[in-house]
Write a protein that binds this ligand. Sequence first.
Ligand SMILES: [Cu+2]
Length: 157
Amino acid sequence: MNKKIVNTLSACFPHPQNPFVRTAVPKGCFAIALPSGPTAVQLRLKLRKIGLVLAALVLAACGGGAPAGVSVKAEDLKFTPNALTAKVGESITVNMQNAGALEHSFIIDELNVRMEKVQPGQNGSVTFTASTAGTYTIYCDVPGHKEAGMTGTLTVN
Ligand SMILES: [Cu+2]
């Protein structure tokens, strides 16, 4: 399991040795009914077998019904990836990590999407819904960046 999933599991199940022993389930996490019979050791073996499936469930459950998420990396004068897609009417959250040395923003004028300037090493996010199909231009509005090619497209189908 990767670090992110482990962290998420820990967040949902505070007891690291036995996720089925816990005192509180944080809001947004689902509760598992403890089957009668199996010991904690057996449960742990089962957990290991179904680890990835469970982790996926936990990730989904912990999302608290979060909208579809897209990760974008902002580097100096480009977005990676620079071609995003979304479905008409679907709420979409863009999470942007600024991996560059300059500040960057994420703007789509036609959809009134504005993620204000994100500082180097920081993250930003913006949530929006595109109600009309089309191809929209993404750009960074820090002076000079769009002109230098810091653009992309969002295709909504
Ligand atoms: Cu920029």
